[in-house]
Design a protein around this ligand. Structure first.
Ligand code: HEM
Length: 421
């Protein structure tokens, strides 16, 4: 088996074709070179379910300190003192990780999530009331994003009037993430972004830093029943605060982004699947209780986090390939959902698939998604209400999907749908 850069030929994770339909490439890589070196990023790519779960749960050999930011221009750096610090929840290793995760998780207890069900359903119907007569919309911009943004704003308790800014800021924040071995001597940028774009994105994040910092200060003075206050108030057994104010600001923007965009992408991709597989759409319309499993199947087919970076702390052998110590590794979880050994006929969208929920779309192990309960609840209700009200809804024939060129989040730029009234 080849483990060299040639093995990666045909792997173009930022190309429009791959982003539109990664499945054929994922399946081919799994078959032909399950672990390979991808020269453009000097990283190793892991594609098989078994290897992915092993790596995701092994935080000792696979450190999460593998993602940084494309650095701010010198004139803006002082204005992003909190948002440019390369310590976000997905990059923190144990033991510190537990303090941060426990502080964040307070707001995502099952009881809080369950309370959101009625809010999500009411808002879904309010949105549908607004467009049902039109017969055609961009379901991403006019349904999935406003719905999920509304929920996260409610849970976090941040001022709702800045919703358009939250969307832009969190896109900027995620866009600027880049694979990098944190703390390594050689930390040249692996991703190149045109200087004007870089400046524009960091300028907006300067405004975000100021706004979120002021808001965290307010919550410090006047704590409420929200996730920010919970993070600020979290204490260790010895009475010391679990995390500092600067970390709360970073976690806040991470939660805004992780909390709405990933779920919105999931809802939109479910709509794409139901459009491609109308027999499956008819099944959930006839029996809405199948929708929960349909959401799992949608996440298996295409999760909103295609992969995550890690760095090896020792030499590691996987599928017969040795990944050297201190290597950047791309755990391509999206491929896990298409491993035929676990999910036979994986290219089929089957809302009755019995093991659909074994997908890796929410990660696995210590860093697995804090918001998975909220995401599942929202996606289920969003889909149930959409097809209950508009059963003939489908993607406009010939519509071409476009994505942001990113490897760790799926950035669908819109999805035009139509229906008959
Ligand atoms: C369908 C929607 C979602 C998907 C596919 C998703 C996916 C993921 C994945 C794959 C990870 C693991 C990252 C890693 O291993 O490095 C993760 C972590 C995380 N997610 Fe989600 N997520 C979703 C929704 C949400 C929501 C709604 C929230 C919060 C409101 C959220 C908050 C988080 C947080 C805080 C982490 C970091 C956990 C840690 O590092 O310990 N996610 N998510």
């Amino acid at each position: 088996m080849s483990t060299t850069a040639e093995a990666s030929s045909g792997f173009a994770p930022l190309s429009p074709d791959y982003l539109r339909d990664p499945t054929p490439t994922l399946k081919r890589l799994q078959r032909e070179s399950p672990v390979f070196h991808y020269a453009p990023l000097d990283c190793w790519v892991v594609t098989r379910y078994k290897d992915l779960t092993e790596a995701l749960k092994d935080v000792d050999r696979f450190s999460s300190r593998a993602t940084g930011f494309i650095r701010p221009p010198a004139d803006l750096a002082p204005l992003v003192p909190d948002l440019s610090v390369e310590e976000i929840i997905i990059t923190i290793d144990p033991p510190d990780h537990s303090r941060h995760r426990n502080a964040m998780a307070q707001g995502f207890l099952a009881a809080v999530i369950m309370r959101m069900g009625d809010v999500v359903r009411a808002h879904a119907n309010q949105l549908i009331d607004g467009f049902a007569h039109r017969g055609r919309i961009d379901v991403m911009a006019e349904y999935a994003v406003p719905l999920t943004m509304n929920t996260i704003v409610e849970i976090l308790g941040v001022p709702p009037e800045r919703k358009p800014d939250y969307r832009q800021w969190s896109e900027d924040f995620f866009f600027l993430l880049t694979p990098r071995v944190l703390g390594a001597a050689n930390d040249t940028e692996l991703r190149v972004v045109p200087p004007e774009e870089l400046h524009a994105r960091w300028s907006r994040l300067a405004e975000a830093n100021r706004f979120l910092s002021d808001y965290v200060d307010l919550r410090q003075r006047e704590p409420g029943d929200d996730v920010i206050s919970a993070m600020l108030l979290a204490h260790e057994a010895d009475g010391t605060p679990s995390i500092g104010r600067s970390a709360v600001i970073r976690h806040l923007i991470s939660l805004i982004g992780a909390g709405h965009d990933t779920t919105a992408n999931t809802i939109a991709h479910l709509v794409q699947n139901f459009s491609d597989w109308p027999d499956q759409r008819d099944l959930i319309i006839a029996d809405p209780s199948l929708t929960a499993n349909a959401v799992e199947e949608g996440l298996r087919m295409r999760g909103s986090v295609p992969g995550n970076f890690r760095v090896t702390t020792v030499d590691v052998e996987m599928s017969g390939v040795t990944i050297p110590k201190n290597s950047l590794v791309y755990l391509l979880s999206a491929a896990g959902g298409h491993d035929d050994e676990v999910f036979p006929q994986s290219e089929r969208f089957d809302v009755r698939r019995v093991n659909a929920s074994r997908h890796l779309a929410f990660g696995f192990g210590r860093h697995s998604c804090i918001g998975n309960g909220l995401a599942r609840l929202q996606a289920r209700i969003a889909i149930q209400e959409l097809y209950r009200r508009l059963p003939t809804l489908r993607v406009v024939p010939g519509f071409q999907r476009h994505y942001l060129p990113l490897m760790t989040v799926t950035g669908l730029q819109g999805l035009d749908v139509e229906w008959s009234n």
